[in-house]
Write a new protein. Structure first.
Length: 202
């Protein structure tokens, strides 16, 4: 209960006890995340033992574990650099968060925090050639459910052609069909119309 209060930002009567409890809790979370990631096929080196190297992959491990949102946000706050390291398959934590969409309601906060920690990830392609925006569109993520976070963080993502179809994100979205796709395509188009015009003229 005390850990839950600490994560919610509530003050404790005894700050020393709270500090020790939180430290123990954070270490256990880190241990579980690292061990899970080492078992993953996406781990660059399962035999790695250096803690400074393993800490880079905390977010990957937590996303694999489907950890609670507060655990992810806590880790991101304590280790913001973890958002900047791809796994063996070239996926950054943002790629995994978009694909798995673990928290449908409060999920946009996780995307926002990941992109604030490492803004460049918005336009980074993984080993399969997908940027987060392509994954989000193929997963039919609505504008208000997180796609806006990716686009507003870096509008250049709107100019990245899809690896499979060669379509820019607006056209990729429109090609999927359905009400959500139509609404999302409109939001993408109005976010930065000049990118769409330039891509059509080239």
């Amino acid at each position: 209960m005390q850990i839950a209060n600490i994560l919610r930002g509530k003050e404790s009567q005894d700050e020393l006890v709270s500090g020790k409890l939180f430290t123990r809790f954070a270490r256990k979370v880190n241990f579980l995340a690292i061990e899970r990631f080492k078992l993953s096929s996406a781990c660059p080196n399962p035999l790695e033992t250096r803690e400074d190297v393993l800490l880079k992959y905390l977010l990957h491990g937590l996303l694999d574990l489907k950890a609670p949102l507060n655990a992810l946000l806590m880790t991101l706050k304590l280790h913001p650099e973890a958002a900047a390291y791809p796994d063996k398959e070239g996926n950054f934590p943002i790629h995994h968060a978009v694909r798995r969409r673990p928290f449908r309601v409060k999920y946009t906060k996780l995307l926002r925090e990941l992109l604030q920690a490492y803004p460049e990830a918005a336009v980074m392609r993984n080993g399969a050639g997908d940027a987060p925006i392509h994954i989000a569109i193929r997963e039919r993520m609505a504008w208000d459910d997180g796609l806006s976070e990716i686009v507003e963080n870096n509008c250049d993502s709107l100019g990245l052609p899809d690896r499979q179809t060669g379509l820019c994100p607006v056209l990729l979205c429109a090609s999927l069909g359905g009400n959500v796709a139509v609404n999302t395509a409109f939001c993408l188009l109005t976010a930065k119309p000049d990118i769409f015009v330039n891509s059509c003229m080239s």
